[in-house]
Design a protein around this ligand. Structure first.
Ligand code: F0G
Length: 351
């Protein structure tokens, strides 16, 4: 049986026999060949989807949270805290419940998807909605965790990055090497930092032979790295990446530059178009922020970026579509309402 990322990749992680591994068996998510999207990108391109929505709390955060919570427990912490656009709080809440730690989460009021809020609440964490955005919440968490004996479990916590880098290991294990391109949404920029670290470590260990070009994508209304300055009031329907001043900004630029990659932005319309293609053509339901990686490569393909290019692109799909059911329902026409009669149904389906 799959043992969770700490046990599976122990020799690449800062853990010892004394580390109590708090796991919900995260990781081992499928890498799905995307037939339709590949055909939209280029003749010699294969697109794969790393479906991180299938982690225990429904997002990639679980890979980092198993590490952050295990280390917090090892170090004797009793309370953990994070700021979140939703997924970090859901994951922190679940792993804290498992570990018996108290968890406090700060969320931007009215700006997190319903599924994520329900998760943080049901796992028993203290949920505080602040009248501000994610960046304000993170500043408060940094200030409080500096002064009080509370462990910060945002991706500023280096153990989060360590755990999240296992996503790259899994991709290389399945493909036999790193892909040519790695496409990823960028919000607080922890995940692009983690994936790049993972690819480099696997190559250094001689397990993979190449490194991918990292293609990061932000939402147009929340694209500080693309614009080169913080965005005071970020705006996007992709609430998970509605961030104006990413904590790992410099590291994301490092991943971009070292890998000869790029960080670009996509509009909300492009995100929603990719969101619908993923669901209706590939059978993969993700939350809007996750579709940013696919929206990004579709945008690049239109500009001819993949012309005469051969290779594989892995798109990380960071969170499950059920996190944000309201967005799905708002994006598609409503179900038809009929009397419970066979004739009416047959007529409606054209029989
Ligand atoms: N996709 C989803 C679904 C996310 O929840 C996030 C970040 C990202 C992409 C971006 O990843 O921050 O490492 O660049 N969510 C954080 C949260 C900020 O609080 O849940 P990143």
């Amino acid at each position: 049986m799959w043992k969770g990322v700490i046990e599976e990749y122990r020799k690449f992680l800062p853990v010892s026999d004394k580390t109590p591994a708090v796991t919900l068996k995260e990781g081992n998510t499928p890498l799905i060949f995307a037939c339709h999207i590949s055909s939209l990108i280029g003749d010699d391109i294969e697109v794969y989807l790393k479906y991180e929505g299938l982690n225990p709390s429904g997002s990639f955060k679980d890979r980092g949270m198993t590490m952050a919570i295990s280390k917090a427990l090892e170090e004797g912490s009793k309370v953990v805290m994070c700021a979140s656009t939703g997924n970090t709080s859901a994951s922190a809440a679940a792993y804290s419940a498992k570990a018996g730690l108290k968890c406090v989460v700060l969320i931007p009021e009215g700006n997190i998807a319903l599924g994520k809020l329900s998760q943080a609440l049901i796992h028993g964490s203290k949920v505080i909605a602040i009248k501000g955005n994610f960046d304000d919440a993170l500043e408060l968490v940094k200030e409080i965790t500096k002064k009080y004996p509370i462990t910060l479990v945002n991706s500023l916590n280096p153990y989060r990055i360590e755990g999240q880098k296992t996503g790259s290991f899994e991709i290389c294990d399945v493909l036999g090497d790193a892909p040519e391109f790695h496409a990823i949404p960028v919000g607080n920029a922890g995940n692009i930092t983690a994936y790049w670290k993972g690819y480099k470590e696997y190559k250094a260990a001689g397990i993979s032979r190449k490194l991918p070009r990292m293609l990061g994508f932000q939402a147009e209304g929340a694209a500080p790295i693309v614009l080169g300055h913080p965005v005071k009031e970020p705006k996007t329907i992709a609430t998970a990446i509605k961030i104006g001043n990413p904590a790992s900004w410099k590291q994301a630029e490092g991943a971009r530059d070292e890998s000869n990659g790029l960080i670009d932005m996509v509009s909300d319309d492009e995100i929603l178009a990719a969101y619908k293609i993923l669901a209706s053509k590939e059978g993969v339901f993700v939350e809007p922020a996750s579709a940013t990686s696919v929206a990004g490569i579709l945008k690049l393909a239109k500009k001819g970026f993949f012309k005469n290019v051969k290779g594989r692109i892995v798109c990380v799909l960071t969170g499950h579509g059920l996190k944000d059911p309201e967005r799905a329902i708002a994006s598609i026409s409503k179900p038809v309402s009929l009397e419970p009669k066979t004739d009416a149904i047959l007529e409606e389906i054209g029989l």
